[in-house]
Design a protein around this ligand. Structure first.
Ligand SMILES: Nc1nc2c(ncn2[C@@H]2O[C@H](COP(=O)(O)OP(=O)(O)O)[C@@H](O)[C@H]2O)c(=O)[nH]1
Ligand SMILES: [Mg+2]
Length: 410
């Protein structure tokens, strides 16, 4: 195990588990862990995107899926939807994560109540109402109706890059002048924010909250805040799913994904060591290899280290995928994570550090000692997954840095 196992790091890693076990009996924690294990397969997430034709709905759908508009399977942009039914788009790597491109309410003959019924509103986790200029009465009525139905919605004002550019031109600001450009950007955003606020107030919203975004640069403007706000307003489990599925835009998204995966790891390690134990020949150690493999594959996908995600990122930044792959040091592609692979890593980790790990883990959470063959199964599995995660995080950071190196297409 190439990660230094110290009492301090393990204590930190297992704090959430320890606290869960202090609050509830072991069986209850295990039952919850079982329920949440394989989260990405068992949990669904459905987001509805609505707004007038041309507002930027389909572009936003693609952005959330980490896709370019011209990619195979991307939502078509720049075309007016003629169909009146919601279009379903699944996340390229997480099929249970769905984004629905809804017909704009203004383009239907329905009022807000009828519209919500037509689009089958109860299945969505939340709504995003997009406008590229001002919000309309239809938008505000829709929001009111969504609120009445106890669902959440977020107003998003798209295309702020165009506004900034227009303002810059009108003031004849030189793009090279970074200070002036910064002021120009801030001024434009303030104007839009105020305009949206007044606009929605006039339509009856008491304290409107609007997020300003550009599809062309999601790491800028209010997109990170939008993501943060949406996550905060989900229950804990859904929040983790959202964090796992959304694209990596900044180092901060990697950090958040890491925290979500840490929470999943102890649960999966617990489940893996408690069901249908198959003793492994090389130690009195048992764990469910399949669960361990699934968790590892999920880690790869969550950090965008699988083939599909890397190809999409390469396309997005206009670089050969090989260039991005060249910085990945530790993480194998999910296809390579077989039972044999897991067994092999397990064997190696047993030699390297399991004994220390068992002592540390059991010392910290004594109840584990009495349950899993003296804690060895849990300790080994947990440390193995945690080590895999740490490495995936390092690789993801390197890929992000590589992708951000100059030679951007846009
Ligand atoms: N500059 C800029 N253009 C955008 C943005 N979002 C969408 N667009 C463009 O606006 C047009 C309409 O977008 P689309 O997503 O098809 O809108 P929809 O009709 O609401 O689905 C397309 O040409 C997009 O490329 C944005 O944030 N900035
Ligand atoms: Mg569209």
């Amino acid at each position: 195990m190439d990660r230094a196992l110290t009492k301090e790091t393990l204590k930190k890693d297992l704090a959430e588990m320890k606290s869960a076990l202090e609050k509830k009996p072991f069986e209850a924690v295990l039952a919850e862990a079982q329920q949440q294990s394989n989260l990405l397969k068992n949990m669904t997430f459905e987001i509805a995107i609505t707004g007038r034709a041309g507002a930027g709905k389909s572009s936003f759908v693609n952005a959330l899926r980490g896709m370019e508009d011209d990619e195979k399977g991307a939502a078509q942009t720049g075309v007016t939807e003629t169909t009146m039914v919601p279009q379903e788009y699944t996340h390229p790597t997480f099929p249970n994560f769905k984004i629905w491109d809804l017909p704009g309410i203004g383009t239907t003959k329905f009022n807000a109540k009828e519209y919500l019924k037509k689009v089958n509103f109860s299945k969505y986790d939340f709504f995003i109402i997009i406008a590229s200029e001002r919000f309309t009465e239809d938008d505000a009525n829709l929001a009111l109706e969504i609120r009445k139905n106890k669902k959440k919605f977020y107003y998003v004002r798209s295309k702020v890059d165009i506004d900034i550019e227009n303002y810059r031109r009108s003031k004849r600001i030189n793009v090279e002048d970074t200070h002036e450009m910064m002021l120009c950007e801030k001024k434009t955003l303030d104007i839009i924010q105020k305009d949206c606020y007044d606009n929605l107030k006039a339509l009856g919203e008491s304290s409107p909250r609007v997020f300003l975004i550009s599809r062309w640069d999601l790491s800028k403007y209010d997109f990170p805040l939008l993501q943060e706000t949406i996550e905060q307003e989900q229950d804990e489990i859904k929040r983790d799913v959202l964090t796992m599925c959304l694209p990596i835009l900044t180092k901060d998204s990697i950090k958040k994904k890491k925290a979500a995966m840490e929470s999943l790891i102890w649960k999966n390690a617990m489940v893996s060591c408690s069901v249908g134990l198959i003793p492994l020949p090389f130690l009195s150690l048992g764990c469910d290899i399949a669960i361990v493999a699934v968790t590892m594959r999920d880690i790869c996908k969550v950090f965008g280290l699988d083939e599909d995600s890397l190809n999409m990122l390469a396309n997005r930044v206009g670089k050969p995928v090989e260039e991005l792959k060249s910085v990945i040091e530790h993480t194998p592609s999910p296809g390579k994570i077989t039972a044999e692979f897991v067994m092999d890593v397990l064997k190696r980790s047993v030699i390297w550090g399991a004994i220390t790990a068992v002592e540390l883990v059991v010392g910290f959470i004594p109840v584990l000692g009495s349950i899993y063959g003296g804690g060895s199964s849990f300790a080994t599995t947990f440390c193995l997954l945690k080590n895999f995660l740490e490495n995936a995080v390092k690789d993801a950071e390197k890929v992000l840095a590589k992708a951000a190196e100059p030679k951007r297409r846009k």
